[in-house]
Write a protein that binds this ligand. Structure first.
Ligand code: G4P
Length: 531
């Protein structure tokens, strides 16, 4: 095996998803801790008063205590080089989650053992399932009273529609939590809370060990023996191919806060989750181990650090090795360039890197040419990766700057935020950019947009809610689109590329427009919009 294959083969790139509060940040923190990337627990999450994660960049996230944008962290663990992609927990940012998942080879879903499948788990899972990537489940907070583990698995299977295969099994929960039984190693890892909150001692014992009743108690001992018998007879068999195609989720129980079961989970997960996967392009699947560098843009973020006033483009390397001195070709513009100040991000720390491999995520300064989904390749290679679809917006606002003198900043802010894919913008036909119609998938995106316009571009906005909920591009019109017969609450607008589209308040109005205008052809999609 050559150096390149070795480096790529040890990469593991995955996303973490959870309903807010289930323990995603705590689990990530423990991973980083084991990898030596941070020195102590609590470095990621501060005290309650100043509660925020290092992966939360934006002020608004701190204020709301939710993760709005997603971030990337790299660390080493044993022989593995791990890239964790954090995802926004809130449903209004599911589009961002989807893009992040495009860059991941697998996902870890964190579930609160006392709550089970929650609203956001459901929505985020759906987004994950669209990608058909392996999904691993970590059932967290076993140190608190949990729901019956069989019920939890039933719920995952019934509500999310994915069969599960428990890799370990909990011995009671809450105050009586005694540890887990590792079904593969056929041994018990016992949990013993040590005074303080953050450390546990783990000792191994076999299920038939005569000292077991003493270790975990008579009752727990008979329960676990029964449970395991039941599981061995009834649960889905472990099948790594089913895991890899997203058809079976391996389940682990543990407690991130008390450190219990996190390291065994990480080890097992790293062994089961695949190294960088091949990606589809218009020239077929691209082998990650091929020596030629290629990458695609999955995220653009402006003003990540207010002091820098910059715009970073995040790329997932899909094949080969990236070298800082190399010249690359941006397929969509046909331009050759050196990627400026390539960097990797460890939480808030940015580090300029000189090389990176398939599976890694790099951030580069964006001279304003990149769009989401773009491909960058070694010179001489000419292929484009499959694009990243956009979600159709469902909420609309009319927006202009309160202070007309701020027109320039307004246009800049609105355009940049739209290029990042955080909002979509439309305008009345044949008008300028003084006033735009902003479309979003989740309403909280309006808040973030408004906050960022004020905070980053110094523009106060005047916004008016609009009643539209459906968007259709005009593929073909029997007359000048302005002459179309439309109900009074239907609006003709154009997108930034000059495509004409209609905003409707209901499905009924769409049908009405089609009935009254023979030859009108509408499309739900533009450049791969996803419903
Ligand atoms: P999130 O990123 O998914 O939103 O969840 P986060 O890790 O921030 O955890 C949410 C709350 O759950 C935190 O408590 C955290 O300490 C707690 N928690 C996480 N894992 C466990 C666990 O295994 N057991 C128990 N008992 N609690 C856990 P908080 O009170 O909101 O914040 P803080 O006081 O810890 O800062």
């Amino acid at each position: 095996m050559n150096e390149l294959e070795k480096e790529i083969g040890r990469r593991r790139t995955f996303a973490i998803i959870s309903h807010p509060g289930a323990g995603k940040t705590t689990l990530t923190e423990k991973f980083l801790l084991y990898g030596g990337a941070i020195a102590q627990a609590g470095a990621v999450k501060g005290k309650k008063s100043a509660r925020h994660a290092v992966s939360d960049w934006m002020e608004i996230e701190k204020q709301r205590g939710i993760s709005v944008t997603s971030s990337v962290m790299q660390f080493q663990y044993k022989d593995f080089c791990i890239n964790i992609l954090d995802t926004p927990g809130h449903q209004d940012f599911s589009e961002d989650t989807y893009r992040t998942l495009m860059a991941a080879d697998s996902a870890v879903m964190v579930i609160d053992a006392s709550k089970g499948v929650e609203n956001q788990t459901r929505k985020l899972f759906k987004v994950c399932a669209m990608r058909h990537i392996p999904i691993f489940t970590f059932i967290n907070k076993m140190d608190r009273e949990s729901r019956n583990p069989f019920d939890l698995l039933d719920e995952i299977e019934n509500e999310l529609g994915i069969p599960t295969c428990p890799i370990n099994w909990p011995i009671s929960s809450g105050k009586d939590f005694r540890g887990v039984y590792d079904r593969r190693k056929k041994q018990i890892l016992s949990f013993a809370a040590t005074g303080g909150h953050h450390q546990v001692a783990a000792t191994a014992a076999d299920l038939s060990d005569p000292s077991l009743p003493q270790l975990i108690g008579e009752e727990n001992c008979s329960t676990i023996r029964e449970d395991i018998e039941l599981l061995d007879g009834a649960s889905d068999e472990f099948d790594i191919n089913a895991v890899h195609s997203g058809k079976l989720s391996p389940v682990f129980f543990g407690s991130a806060l008390t450190n219990f079961g996190v390291e065994p989970f990480l080890e097992c997960f790293l062994e089961m989750t695949p190294p960088p996967l091949a990606r589809n392009s218009d020239a077929g699947a691209i082998d990650p181990f091929s020596p030629d560098f290629s990458a695609f843009v999955f995220k653009i973020q402006a003003n990540m650090n207010k002091a820098h006033r910059d715009r970073l483009t995040f790329m997932r390397i899909c094949s080969g090795k990236f070298d800082r001195e190399m010249e690359v070709c941006h397929i969509q513009s046909g331009k050759k360039m050196k990627l400026s100040q390539p960097q990797q991000i460890m939480a808030q720390e940015r580090e300029i890197i000189s090389e990176a491999y398939a599976g890694d995520i790099i951030g580069v300064f964006d001279p304003g040419i990149f769009s989401i989904g773009d491909t960058v390749c070694a010179p001489g290679k000419k292929f484009a990766f499959e694009g990243i679809p956009t979600f159709a917006p469902e909420h609309f606002q009319r927006v202009y700057a309160k202070d007309t003198m701020k027109r320039k900043q307004f246009v800049k802010g609105v355009t940049q935020i739209a290029q990042e894919g955080a909002i979509q913008i439309f305008r009345e036909v044949d008008t300028g950019m003084e006033e735009v119609i902003v479309g979003v998938v989740g309403v909280l995106q309006f808040d973030v947009f408004q906050y960022r316009m004020k905070n980053e571009y110094n523009v106060d906005l005047v916004t008016t809610g609009l009643p539209y909920s459906h968007i259709r591009w005009i593929d073909s019109s029997p007359c000048e689109p302005k002459q179309l017969k439309l109900s009074s609450d239907t609006k003709l607008v154009e997108d930034l590329k000059g495509n004409l589209l209609l905003l409707f308040t209901s499905e009924w109005n769409i049908r009405w427009a089609l009935d009254k205008n023979e030859g009108l052809v509408l499309s739900e999609f533009s450049r791969g919009i996803l419903q």
